[in-house]
Design a protein around this ligand. Sequence first.
Ligand SMILES: Cc1cc2nc3c(=O)[nH]c(=O)nc-3n(C[C@H](O)[C@H](O)[C@H](O)COP(=O)(O)OP(=O)(O)OC[C@H]3O[C@@H](n4cnc5c(N)ncnc54)[C@H](O)[C@@H]3O)c2cc1C
Length: 311
Amino acid sequence: MEKAIHRDFAAWLVKSKALCVRFDEPMSRHTTLGVGGPAEAFVVADTKKALAQLVQKAGKFGCPWQVLGKGSNVLVGDEGLSGLVIKLGKGFGRIRALPGNAVFAGASVRSTTLCRYAVKNNLDGFQVLAGIPGTVGGALWGNAGTSAGHMGQLVQQVLVMDSLGAEHKIESGQICWGYRSMALPQGPAQKPFIIIGAWLGFCPAKKGQSLEKEYSLILETRKKNQPAGSGLAGCFFKNPPGSLSAGALIDRAGLKGFGVGDAVVSSVHANFFVNRGNAKAADFIALMEKVAQKVRQHSGISLEPEVRVLL
Ligand SMILES: Cc1cc2nc3c(=O)[nH]c(=O)nc-3n(C[C@H](O)[C@H](O)[C@H](O)COP(=O)(O)OP(=O)(O)OC[C@H]3O[C@@H](n4cnc5c(N)ncnc54)[C@H](O)[C@@H]3O)c2cc1C
């Protein structure tokens, strides 16, 4: 991994009382797949002020950075990551109730915490996120969703910080919510950006509707149809246009149980790959390539990755 942190910047990071910094931090500890080499520096920021100072200083020293949520949709390479990996700490982990069945949710709030909050407070609409691991920030960034809908449907406004440390409030209508993607409008927000949180709008539960029951049913159904436990990320490939899902195409190509090293196609749902214990990122990358190639040979369809590969 090429070093990108200037020694004066490293000294500033060490001295900063507002940040928690670890150098050469294995990313396998911060990704649900449990693979990935070291981040040159892994930095947790707890306040907007600390975060703004961090990106401003990084800009001054020409140091690249990227943001990580719960690491449930990323595959980090074995070589690790140059520059900073920024994680938003507890200061970004609050849900604030607002009038009119709305909330402000910080980017580091867990999606499951948000769902439980909605159920408890009779807020319908949470179903789009039910059962999806990770954080609100990650769900917004990737417009996470299920057959019930997608994250963008809940959003009224998103609060982002740009690479100069400036905050921008962006209306949902200005954002392009795509299939597992969101694109901010062209404008003042300098890329890359950090999602700080979002204003989310729910509906009151209807008379006789039990959100508790709906939530349990969704979780039970997911348990039956998807693998559970550690060593997993989300679906590796996007569903291609057409009637067959990526999972069905992989299954039809006879690839359930197929593996490279300890990286294996799940026998429960073929679009999930599992770390059986000692997989390396290189095993998952090779498995992705082989699966895509075999599906292309079998059905003529090219699969696009959904999991974000960070090299
Ligand atoms: C068992 C399992 C089941 C899953 N099921 C689903 C599903 O049904 N539907 C679905 O959509 N996904 C699913 N996923 C994938 C994943 O959980 C979601 O995509 C989730 O929303 C990712 O959130 P995260 O916090 O883990 O993001 P991370 O994996 O940490 O990051 C994902 C991307 O978001 C960016 N990002 C994260 N936080 C921020 C921020 N604050 N600001 C800017 N960028 C940010 C990162 O840079 C990265 O590019 C599943 C994953 C697992 C392990």
